[in-house]
Design a protein around this ligand. Sequence first.
Ligand SMILES: Nc1ncnc2c1ncn2[C@@H]1O[C@H](COP(=O)(O)OP(=O)(O)OP(=O)(O)O)[C@@H](O)[C@H]1O
Ligand SMILES: [Mg+2]
Length: 368
Amino acid sequence: MVVKKIAKKPKVENSTPKKLVGGTIADDNPPLRAPFSIKLVDLRKALGVAPATMSEIIKEFDPSATAKRGVARSIAPSVVRQILAARGYKFPRLAKRISVMISKGGNGKTTIARNLGQRLSSYGFRVLLVDTDMQGNLTSAFSLEELGFEIDTETYILHDVLAEDSPLDDAIVRITENLDIVPSTSLNSMLDVWIDRQCKNQTRAFVDKIEAVRSRYDYIIFDCAPALSRTNSAAIGSSDMVILPVIPDKFSQHGLEQTIKEIKLVQREVSHKIACKVVFNRFDAREATSVMYLGEVASTYKNIMFNTMIRTSADLKNSIAMSKDLFDDYRSTARFDIDELTREITELAQIVRPQRKPGRRSEQVQAR
Ligand SMILES: Nc1ncnc2c1ncn2[C@@H]1O[C@H](COP(=O)(O)OP(=O)(O)OP(=O)(O)O)[C@@H](O)[C@H]1O
Ligand SMILES: [Mg+2]
């Protein structure tokens, strides 16, 4: 009798970290982690339907989920996408390109880019995050090291794509089935020099690379460094919208003015419209300065302010520092604020009324 040896599983803690290499899409590799799903209760609120109606919708689109009960039940992004489409939501034909930018540091650009990206993906949008900041904070915000990946000088970044004139795909890493990232390392500090020396039309430096992948995504989000740099002008030139996070302090308002001026300059050089949208971050109603600055910003920029503002919340810090999923905690104000911002950006409110399709069960499903 032949005795088969059972191979020992390699211990995870001793295994050598894998290189975080791009091109995972081209190679058809599996994503690094499971998708960010959405709680049933959140989806129900976004759709504006009663619990009984939501159960009907789930029975139709995700019969396997009906066995599981409770508000904690999660719905996969692919199912959410089908539900939204069936209810008449129009996904963008070409990705909407968004830069999160302000020349002042520490205003929450990365925090917003990361959590907005996650939340968009849980609503079923196909998202590409582009880390243009040499600090690489957005890249580390997904705890890829914990998944056994090493980000180092060999990691393919935006600078390499431009300098070697290779497709953006070579740098894209698939985090989940519908959330990708172009990572960044300190070597992206050379991006500015490269654009300065090599690009005739600097504000268009990224346009062609982004355009080549645009039809595969619904949203492409650039996380930018706190600067007025060539790289940031190029990000603005490749954007349909710039989100400007402002926090309650004097320097932040100055940064806001500077950045809006820069956007206006870039706008003159490109043919498409670039929208500026200000989001008030780190609001705390208990602080007099917070209320004062909110008043100032809201009156000066009332035409370009998001309705949503993001309150100060330790959960936002924890979501990155401790890889805690922000959307798991029902008491978190940050969870509510980021969700609201996501729905404002995507205009998800338009899906409240269902589309009628003869012969489908959704015909009987009425929005309330
Ligand atoms: N609403 C908030 N409540 C509490 N902490 C917040 C909030 N928004 C951001 N922070 C914290 O503020 C710090 C700076 O945030 P973040 O790194 O996102 O800013 P940034 O604008 O990207 O910074 P940089 O300009 O250096 O890139 C982080 O520690 C983050 O957790
Ligand atoms: Mg940042």
